[in-house]
Ligand binder design. Structure first.
Ligand SMILES: Nc1ncnc2c1ncn2[C@@H]1O[C@H](COP(=O)(O)OP(=O)(O)O)[C@@H](O)[C@H]1O
Ligand SMILES: [Mg+2]
Length: 584
């Protein structure tokens, strides 16, 4: 396709240099930049000329040139982003329709650097009239305008993945969807018209499909597949940890199949959608809301458009802003809106309700970690909900510590200390004892694999004093140890640092909650590590004594002239004394 050449493949998405204008002949004595001294290259360009070049930029064109903003900056990352967008949508749709999700992800190599991604779910499906827009139009979705905890929010996920596929391979997106038992299944083949940000439907046909409801999307895209910490495999494994209600089948490009079976039949608690909290609204947004509202009075506007504003609070705000409660909202002028905004910030308003967020919960964080990560010790903490800029959020932390097979001691059921049996370790989620700990970051149950350093979660982990919990920690860095720390932020609006949703912005309220959650969980880890250290030192002392008891027996036999039987009896008494003195 012609558009494919828009990109400089080497730089992975940076727009290619525009064709240079032919150079003018360099006049004698010209300066190095090719202009005669005093000559201005820009002279003579009129406003009219410039106006002739000014034109609207479609969102699709913008994101075509800036695909790194959406997470498609390299073929390796493109594969992960595409899978992530499709799986996130499937999970969101299933949860919204109260269906226990069953998802299939299949990656098949088509040619070198080219893959076909197939993601199929048993969700509610999409009605035929919407299929075109959902997959063929950027900034189109059902989640942007509501404040509720979902994985997608901007309406720019799956359509962007399809657009990337189309640009790099020229192939259209194939969608099969069925919106219920009584509905028919349709197959759509479509592309996105980037200049108009509009779908182009190539074909639409009714087909037989084995699923009573659900959606299947297939995208062919230029990509690279690699295993490792930032791979599709790792994303899916971590998705299984944070979504214990999900059954996921994954067929990798080599044809190998992994099934992550669900460990609970309980769907995450249903969340309610909330209206914005007045403390989180920005001035521009407030002005827009005043213009759009159907309310006929300012008092009514405040009560209807915001959460936690009753008659009394509305009256307080208006009085503080020196505005009449009866004022017509659409007539509030710019300065008055500014006064209203200030008054809102100064008025005491109770925190938003937190029924709009659903954490994973301590028990399921533990279950998820135990199911997918082999370790010696697990703990979890869920913090109470908190608020940043009027948006409720909640932080959860889970820790898996100790690599089975690594050096370590354990207590037997009878209370003996013994060296742990070495196990075959293939686990990548708990690193080696001399490596930095692994931080598993999640936002609304979605694993975040890129931009670790820019993320508030990493910052909070670094700011936590892990030395007091028994780990070593170089200054200003992640602690060292065989340990995976899971951190989940659930919120109605996760403040990502960019549209590619890879890192969370460091709002002070969020950093504070993160630190508290990490400390809570860290204390539990500290207790375990200290106990391990005590075990270790007692084990060393005891092994010395055990080693020398037979020699003491021999010495006593010589000094006291004991028979062999008497010597063995003495050795066994000494052994008994040692056993009885155990502290653990
Ligand atoms: N698998 C699916 N099942 C049902 N609805 C879907 C599915 N995928 C996407 N959608 C719908 O399409 C919309 C657009 O998806 P997307 O472009 O990923 O944006 P976002 O997820 O940010 O809203 C979603 O808001 C949702 O309503
Ligand atoms: Mg989405």
């Amino acid at each position: 396709m012609a558009e494919a050449t828009l990109f400089d493949e080497e730089t992975g998405g940076a727009p290619s240099t525009p064709a240079r204008r032919p150079r003018r002949a360099k006049p004698a004595g010209a300066a190095e930049d090719g202009c005669a001294p005093g000559e201005n290259r820009r002279a003579g360009r009129t406003a009219e000329e410039m106006a002739s070049r000014q034109r609207e930029i479609s969102v699709a064109e913008f994101f075509t040139k800036n695909r790194h903003l959406l997470g498609f900056d390299s073929p390796l990352k493109a594969l992960l982003t595409a899978v992530k967008e499709a799986v996130d949508n499937s999970l969101d749709a299933c949860e919204e329709a109260a269906i226990l999700p069953e998802i299939l992800v299949e990656l098949s190599p088509v040619a070198e650097n080219r893959f076909r991604m197939l993601v199929e779910d048993n969700g509610p499906g999409i009605v035929p009239e919407q299929i075109g827009k959902v997959f063929g139009k950027l900034l189109y979705g059902s989640k942007f305008h509501k404040l509720s905890q979902t994985r997608g929010q901007q309406g720019i996920g799956i359509s962007a993945a399809g657009m990337y596929g189309q640009l790099t391979t020229g192939k259209p997106v194939r969608v099969v969807s069925r919106a219920g038992k009584r509905a028919k299944a349709y197959e759509y083949v479509l592309t996105l018209d980037t200049a108009r940000n509009k779908e182009e439907i190539h074909s639409k046909s009714e087909i037989e499909w084995h699923r009573p409801h659900g959606t299947r999307v297939e995208i062919e895209l230029e990509a690279r597949y690699q295993k490792g910490l930032r791979s599709v495999d790792m994303y899916l494994k971590q998705t299984a940890i944070a979504n214990p209600h999900l059954t996921l089948t994954y067929v990798d490009p080599g044809g190998e199949k992994v099934v992550y079976a669900r460990s609970t039949n309980e769907l995450p608690a249903e969340t309610v959608e909330i209206k914005p909290h007045p403390h989180g609204v920005e001035l521009g947004r407030l002005i827009a809301m005043l213009k759009e509202t159907p309310s006929r009075s300012l008092g009514g506007f405040l009560q209807e458009e915001f959460v936690r504003v009753g008659a009394k609070v509305a009256k307080d705000i208006c009085a503080r802003a020196k505005l009449s409660e009866k004022a017509y909202p659409t007539r509030i002028a710019r300065e008055e809106a500014a006064a209203l905004h200030t008054a809102i910030q100064e008025t005491k308003i109770s925190a938003p309700p937190t029924t709009c967020i659903s954490p994973i919960g301590e028990a399921l964080v533990l279950a998820g970690l135990k199911k997918e990560i082999e370790a010696d010790f697990y703990c979890a903490s869920t913090r109470p909900p908190a608020v940043y800029r009027g948006n409720p959020f909640q932080v959860e932390v889970g820790i898996a510590y100790g690599k089975p097979g690594g050096v370590g001691l354990e207590l037997t059921e009878e209370g003996r200390i013994q060296k742990r049996k070495a196990a075959q370790v293939t686990e990548e989620l708990v690193g080696n004892a001399d490596e930095p700990i692994r931080v598993l970051r999640f936002a609304n149950r979605v694993p975040l694999l890129h931009q670790q350093a820019a993320c508030a979660i990493t910052k909070a982990v670094i700011q936590t004093n892990w030395k007091s919990y028994g780990l070593t920690q170089p200054r200003g860095a992640l602690p060292i140890g065989p340990c995976a720390v899971l951190v989940h932020i659930a919120s109605v609006w996760v403040p990502f640092t960019s549209e590619s949703k890879e890192a969370i912005a460091g709002y002070e309220e969020i950093l504070r909650e993160l630190r508290l959650g990490l400390q809570e969980c860290g204390r539990k880890l500290g207790t375990y590590i200290r106990k391990g250290k005590r075990l270790q030192s007692e084990y060393t002392k005891r092994s010395y004594i055990e080693k020398y008891i037979p020699h003491i027996g021999l010495a006593l036999q010589e000094i006291l002239d004991l028979t062999d039987q008497e010597r063995d009896a003495t050795v066994s008494t000494l052994d008994d004394v040692l056993q009885k003195s155990r502290k653990f």
